[in-house]
Design a protein around this ligand. Sequence first.
Ligand SMILES: [Zn+2]
Length: 203
Amino acid sequence: MLLASPFPDETLYGLMARNGRLRGDTLGSTTSKALFGHPNAGLHHDFPHHLEQLAINTLGHLGSVHAIMAQLTAAPYFLRFKPASVERATQDAMAGTGIAGLKHALGLPASPCRARLFLRACPQCMEADLGQQGIASWRRKHQLPGSLFCSLHAIPLLESSLRIDRRGKSKFLLPEDIGVFERAESPLLNDQGSSQKTEKIVR
Ligand SMILES: [Zn+2]
């Protein structure tokens, strides 16, 4: 199986999106089924599941379930300062059918409505990825809750304005797929202070 290796700090979701491109898949469910053995286990950009099957199907190229979880997902952020029992339960859940029953233990609020697809990217990191790798992907540190700035370039992150819907859910997206980013532009982050405009950037 042709399998791309992760870029530095790339999310599993981004890696799978690139692998879908390499495989020539038009649907995310095709990629997810082939790699995770489940049609949408890999499409959860925060807490993917069926990682045990992913480790088997990728012949150990990505490491064990623990390694995948620790290096390619945001799980370590949510597990910091949590009891070992919660960490074990989370690893079991991500290895298997998902963390739905663990959200409270992980401090994740229930979604008030159909959630937005919170994918963020830094335009300068995207340019660097394009120059060095030929394609931009999602970086894990940009996806952590509360991330508003790129810690490398000290500029506001762009945030996808897409809602999770049937169309969004059925595709793996990369920064190049998202035509409209909304700049996470709080007045507190804006030198002009009083401006509350949300700038739309059309790529
Ligand atoms: Zn950056």
